[in-house]
Design a protein around this ligand. Structure first.
Ligand code: NAD
Length: 327
């Protein structure tokens, strides 16, 4: 079946807004977002039908699906901030598990594809692994956020395997993503805000390794999973191999690109994973996808966007600081 009309949840957030921007010409998109944490009004992409609803509200989701008659549902919406999940995870269970469940039941009822946008954080911490994660590596999430993402995956995979539900499901596990419109609680936009405001950037004392995936590569992988993914399968979406780097080196590079700034070492947070390390050979082989941006290109284009959109960063920082202890 040709995919023309899709529902994209979380379209006012970082990654889903990048997806809408990249693919608004390919699909007729209905966005569902409850305008919560990480969202901004100005992230709304022109041409996207903008519906404000909580995906954990079963009857509203039924009504929206009935009205928009989608050919597929892409679930990006999630509570996604690890520190906040350490403090109170109730909203994470509602959005990340109940929300995913409601969308999956609708997709199953209509017999349409669902793409569940998940994360490499479900694997846990690779600091003592000898090999990078593949899709058959064990799942050992280490914080409430990643536990809820793993729980949603498991429930949806059961719906995919059962005769009763027969859900046409594809799961993507994207790496640590960077790019335009990311809320400044996350490292790179936060560093740019600090460096442009002569505030020291608080860097956790223990070095952590991350794979830095450009958001344009991430959304291209999600689109490839939608169109070419095999039902019931999981796909890692990792950046290019050279994109694994310790946070300190990346933040130093951001400082160089901004042209000024200071870094201050601070205590590590709770449930602090020291390494995420995966490969995405399966996505290369089955989806024909691989990341195109190397680490330098990712950092350069990202810093360039924030410096050209300092008013966006200012507004996002004000919103984040009004509700957060983590800036
Ligand atoms: N940021 C990363 O590095 C990364 C990496 C891999 C996977 N992911 C996954 O990608 C997805 C998007 O992440 P992001 O970084 O863009 O997050 P984000 O916080 O920027 O955006 C999430 C959006 O979802 C909306 N939302 C949350 N709960 C909702 C609910 N119950 N009903 C309706 N809308 C709701 C929020 O209002 C927000 O607009 C998440 O599922 C996340 O787990 C993120």
């Amino acid at each position: 079946m040709a995919i023309e009309r899709i529902i994209v949840t979380g379209h006012l957030g970082f990654i889903a807004s990048a997806f809408c921007e990249a693919y608004k010409g390919r699909y007729e998109i209905t966005g569902i977002d409850f305008a919560g944490w990480g969202s901004m009004e100005r992230n709304l992409v022109e041409g996207v039908k903008d519906i404000r609803t909580d995906i954990s509200d079963t009857s509203s989701i039924r009504e929206i699906v009935e009205e928009s008659k989608p050919d597929a549902i892409l679930n990006f919406a999630a509570e996604s901030h690890v520190d906040r999940s350490n403090e109170d995870d109730a909203s994470f269970w509602r959005s990340n598990v109940m929300g995913a469940r409601n969308l999956a039941l609708e997709a199953s009822r209509l017999g349409i594809r669902m793409v569940q946008v998940s994360t490499d954080e479900v694997y846990g911490d690779a600091s003592s692994s000898a090999e990078p994660w593949t899709e058959i590596s064990s799942i050992k999430p280490k914080n409430p956020y990643s536990v809820t993402k793993a729980a949603a995956e498991m429930l949806l995979l059961v719906y995919a395997e059962s005769k009763q539900y027969g859900l046409d499901l594809v799961i993507t596990r994207g790496g640590n993503t960077v790019g335009p419109r990311q809320f400044p609680e996350k490292a790179i936009p936060k560093a740019i805000w600090c460096f442009t405001h002569d505030e020291p950037f608080p860097l956790f004392r223990t070095p952590a390794r991350r794979m830095w995936l450009h958001v344009g590569d991430h959304v291209a992988g999600i689109d490839a999973a939608l169109r070419k993914g095999h039902g019931g399968e999981v796909y890692n979406l990792a950046p290019m191999a050279d994109s694994e780097e310790v946070t300190e080196t990346v933040i130093e590079r951001v400082r160089e690109l901004v042209g000024k700034g200071e870094i201050a070492k601070v205590e590590d947070r709770d449930s602090y994973d020291l390494r995420y390390w995966m490969v995405s050979k399966k996505a290369e082989q089955e989806l024909g996808w691989q990341a195109k941006n190397n680490l330098d290109e990712t950092l350069e284009s990202t810093v360039e966007w924030y410096l050209a959109n300092l008013d966006w960063l200012e507004e996002a920082y004000a919103l984040a600081s009004a509700h957060s202890n983590h800036l």
